[in-house]
Design a protein around this ligand. Sequence first.
Ligand SMILES: C[S@@+](CC[C@H](N)C(=O)[O-])C[C@H]1O[C@@H](n2cnc3c(N)ncnc32)[C@H](O)[C@@H]1O
Length: 268
Amino acid sequence: MTHDMTSERRFQFGRNWNRFIARITPERISSAKDSLIHMLGHNSLNNMHFLDVGSGSGMFSLAAHQLGAQVRSFDYDEVSVATTAEVRKRYAADSNSWCIEQGSVLDEGYMRSLGRYDVVYAWGVLHHTGDMLRALANVGENVTPSGQLFVAIYNKQPFKTRYWKVVKKAYNKNAFNRIVIVLTHMPYFYFLRGMVRFLSGKHRLERGMSLWHDMLDWLGGYPFEAAAPEEIVDFYLSRGFILQRLRTVGGRAGCNEFVFQRPNSTPA
Ligand SMILES: C[S@@+](CC[C@H](N)C(=O)[O-])C[C@H]1O[C@@H](n2cnc3c(N)ncnc32)[C@H](O)[C@@H]1O
């Protein structure tokens, strides 16, 4: 699953997140908080240390901060870092319990320097690094004994994963490709998936996200890897983690979500 990025262009995640933050509303922050509470199984994160790996917009760092956690956020993309800092300035300007920096989850020295956290959160990040397996292994080391690791990883689909990889590569090549790809895929995102959401009674996107920014992230998000749920489960079980919560996309496109607990007996 390792991916060489030397000759290929990455998606500018930060630019997309920077445009998204104008859309952050109290309802969206509340959905972000609900998603953390629901998956982690706590009513609050009071006195917990929360590491947001690949913070993107910073909305989930903000949610964790509002839930009472001491938050450390980092992202590889400098615009994502600046965007997270802007969100902190807007919503938590006086806070001294939220720090933000630039760093890569693939940098073992940097990851070691961060220490351990009660909650390590890496939602939709590790499959965009170019080396998902290494990233999965690295984040596991930052979890405190009996702490939680919350990861979300693209679901692997037999043929569609290959299709999306081609689309994402092409998207990042030039502006012409981007326009063609957005125009040809808009009906799928806005009408087909919108219809499925409408019929299943889910009128709003989960986690407080926006359809337009989610669509661009999906069409352009490269590097790109994917895994079947059992691959992720086996990966962490073989390292002694316990699966606490699993939420799959039921074989469809999207991210499967996993919460693992690091066993208490792990040497500190
Ligand atoms: C799809 S976004 C997810 C953002 C956020 N976690 C969320 O749930 O909304 C993926 C983020 O991962 C970041 N990223 C990609 N490679 C990374 C790396 N090696 N280290 C840290 N962050 C990385 C990207 O810059 C981007 O902001």
